[in-house]
Write a protein that binds this ligand. Sequence first.
Ligand SMILES: [Zn+2]
Ligand SMILES: [Zn+2]
Length: 383
Amino acid sequence: MTEIDSLIEPLVAFRRDIHANPELGFHEHRTAARIAEQLRELGLEVHEGIGRTGVVGVLRHGTSMRSIGLRADMDALPIHEQTNLPYASKTPGSFHGCGHDGHVAMLLGAAQHLARTRNFNGTINFFFQPAEEGLGGAREMVKEGLFERFPCDRVFGLHNWPDLPAGTIATRAGPIMGAADKFEIALTGRGSHAAIPQDSPDAILAAAALVQQLNTIIARRIAPTASAVLSVTQIHGGHTHNVIPERVTIAGTVRTFDPAVQDRIEASLRQIADGVARANELTATVDYTRYYPATINDAEAAQEALDAAATVGTAQVAPEPAFTSEDFAFMLQACKGAYIWLGQAKPEGSVPLHNPHYDFNDEVLGHGIGLHVALAERHLARG
Ligand SMILES: [Zn+2]
Ligand SMILES: [Zn+2]
């Protein structure tokens, strides 16, 4: 039995305790306190309340000025769990449906191993970030001077990946996760009787045209070689059969990897919304928010990650990025590093992330710990 294997059993219990007690973004008080307590027991320097509920543990050894950051996210999703597991969520409407409970356990396991063995020379910063799921916890930590207070030559983040088999670890140079934007367009006219259409610019009819037009942006205004998604996901308007509503709203999301493509889509969306509104005697107001940038891996860091992964499992260059997004992007804007996918599918198949039946696969705890440890020990090699 290796040193890491001996850590697994208590970590499975720890992971399941976090799973049973999930906390939503910026409310990870219990989770953060449990992490801080464990890091203190290991003798690390512990900083709490960074990015509201974030925790940083610092482990120094030797004299080298080299340093590395390893990151796990702590928050749960606002989903009602339907797994019927013995350790299922005790909080209705809150659920570790993205496996961040597993990420916390793996990073703690790495801290335990590295604090005991100290086979490195330099500084390891363990970043436990809040609110990855849409609220930008990493952005908050970076804004509060994360990398000024805890300088890192490199920062790495792992995410369990149900599309890859357990034992496979993948990453790539360049974009790995998409930029996520959201938009809401309000078309406003003058509500009136449905039997007197000549008195009422029709926001319903314009909304129908607008949805069609928005769906031409990717096909007609973006190069076929570029990658982008635009999805209209909501239409709200009207409340009864005989009134033409004053206002209809349309909302959706845009995903891209290239800021120039992102700019082109936003400009086109604004132009089309305005044009359709004018043509229908309406006004359009567009609320367009770029909430997560694309996650872009540094090429050298991605290669370091693949080299470390090969010592733990099957390392694979991911052939293409994913269109889902990740706020680790903010850390990569501030520090060179890479985001890495840790395969977690069982031979019988896997449940996707954010599905109410999802659960983190405890069998990959050892891979995740081993990968964190390999990244740290290789970057901070003695001598
Ligand atoms: Zn998620
Ligand atoms: Zn996640």
